[in-house]
Design a protein around this ligand. Structure first.
Ligand code: UDP
Length: 334
C-alpha cells in the first residue's frame, strides 16, 4: 500500500488517479485545510482508497496512520505552497512544510518505511543564474516557501546517510490542466495561479484578469514560466517510485517541459482555445517574481524515462472545462 500525503489536493489528487489506474492500493492522509473531501470521494470511485484526516504537525495522527496501515512507500505532497503568504507568515510554512515533514520521516523510520517521493519545487533555486535551470543550479531560495522545501531536501539527505531512508526529490516548475475526464482539477481559495485566473475572468461576476508586470526583460515584457500538464507531472511520480524500487537510491529531478511561455503567450493561447476575447488589465509587478524560469529536464527524461506529452492547449482546454464545473460546485454550496 502506498501512502499519499496531501492526496485531496490538486497535484496529489491527480497523482492518486495515476497510481489507481496502475493498480496500486492507496491510503491518503490529508488535513483538508486546502484539500477537498470531494476529491477523496471521486478517488474512491476509481480504485481502492482509504482516507485518514490528519495533520503532519500532530505526531499522534501519524502514529495512528502507520500503525493502522502496512505502508510500502510514501508520496509526499502535503504542504502550503503560496509564495506571497510564506513571506508574511513564515511560521506556517516552517511548521507545516519542514517540521511536519520531519514528523513524517520519523514515523517512517519508526515503522521501517524507507522510500519517499517528495514534492519539491523550482523555488528552491531562487533567482536564476542561468536558464534553462538544471539540477546542478545553485539553490538560494528567495522566499520562506522555497526555503521550507530546501530544508526538507537537506534533511532527507541526512536521513539517508544516517537511517538509510531513500528519497526522490521532484522539483516542479509550473503546473497546469486537469484530469482529461474532468473529475478533479485546480481548486484553490483564494486562487493565485495564472491559468485559472485567466479563465475565471471569462465568467460574469468574476474578477478581471491582471497581468502582473509587462516591463520585464523578456521579449514581450511579461514573465516566462514552464507549464507542465498535471497528468504528465503525476506520471513522473509513479516513474520515480518505480525507479526507487528498482535502484534503491536517493536522487533529484527537475520536472518541466523545457518550453518557456510568457504570461502574454498563455493569455493569447487561452483566447485562441476558448475562441473568445477575455477581459484583461495590466497591473504592477508581483513581489518575488523572477523574470524567467524554465527547466532543463533532461535528467528526468533519460533516467526516469519521463516524457511530458500534453500540450499547453490541452492543459488550457481541460482547465477551462474544470473551471466550468467548479463554478457550478461553488454556486451549489453557496
Ligand atoms: N500571473 C499574472 N496574473 C495572475 C497570476 C499570475 O500575471 O493573476 C503571473 C505571475 O506574475 C507569474 C506567472 O503568471 O509571472 C505565473 O504565476 P503563478 O502564480 O501561476 O505561478 P508561480 O510562477 O508563481 O509559481
Amino acid at each position: 500500500m502506498i501512502l499519499i500525503t496531501g492526496g485531496a489536493g490538486y497535484i496529489g489528487g491527480h497523482t492518486a488517479i495515476n497510481f489507481l489506474n496502475a493498480g496500486y492500493d492507496l491510503v491518503i492522509f490529508d488535513s483538508l485545510e486546502t484539500g477537498h473531501i470531494e476529491t477523496i470521494e471521486t478517488l474512491k470511485q476509481i480504485g481502492n482508497v482509504s482516507f485518514i484526516k490528519g495533520d503532519l504537525r500532530h505526531p499522534d495522527d501519524l502514529e495512528k496512520l502507520f500503525s493502522e496501515y502496512k505502508i510500502d512507500a510514501v508520496i509526499h505532497f502535503a504542504a502550503f505552497s503560496l509564495v506571497g503568504e510564506s513571506v508574511f507568515n513564515p511560521a506556517k510554512y516552517y511548521r507545516n512544510n519542514t517540521y511536519g515533514t520531519i514528523n513524517l520521516l520519523d514515523a517512517m523510520i519508526e515503522h521501517d518505511v524507507k522510500k519517499i517521493v517528495f514534492s519539491s519545487t523550482c523555488a528552491t533555486y531562487g533567482e536564476p543564474e542561468y536558464t534553462p535551470i538544471d539540477e546542478k543550479h545553485p539553490q538560494n531560495p528567495i522566499n520562506p516557501y522555497g526555503a521550507s522545501k530546501l530544508m526538507v531536501e537537506k534533511i532527507m539527505a541526512d536521513y539517508d546517510a544516517a537511517y538509510g531512508l531513500k528519497s526522490i526529490k521532484l522539483r516542479y516548475f509550473n503546473v497546469a490542466g486537469c484530469d482529461e475526464k474532468i473529475r478533479i482539477g485546480e481548486w484553490h481559495n483564494p486562487e493565485t495561479h495564472l491559468i485559472p485566473n485567466i479563465l475565471k475572468s471569462t465568467f460574469t461576476g468574476g474578477q478581471t484578469f491582471k497581468i502582473f508586470g509587462n516591463d520585464y526583460n523578456t521579449p514581450d515584457g511579461t514573465c516566462i514560466r514552464d507549464y507542465v500538464n498535471v497528468e504528465d507531472l503525476a506520471e513522473a511520480h509513479r516513474l520515480a517510485l518505480e525507479y526507487l524500487n528498482r535502484e534503491n537510491k536517493s536522487d533529484v529531478f527537475n520536472l518541466g517541459t523545457e518550453q518557456g511561455d510568457s504570461v502574454k503567450n498563455i493569455f493569447d493561447t487561452c483566447e485562441k482555445v476558448l475562441g473568445t476575447e477575455i477581459p484583461v488589465e495590466i497591473a504592477p509587478r508581483r513581489a518575488g517574481d523572477p523574470a524567467k524560469l524554465y527547466a532543463d529536464a533532461t535528467k528526468a527524461q533519460t533516467v526516469l524515462g519521463w516524457k511530458p506529452e500534453r500540450s499547453i492547449e490541452q492543459s488550457i482546454k481541460t482547465a477551462y472545462d474544470w473551471e466550468c464545473n467548479l463554478q457550478k460546485i461553488i454556486k451549489d454550496t453557496d
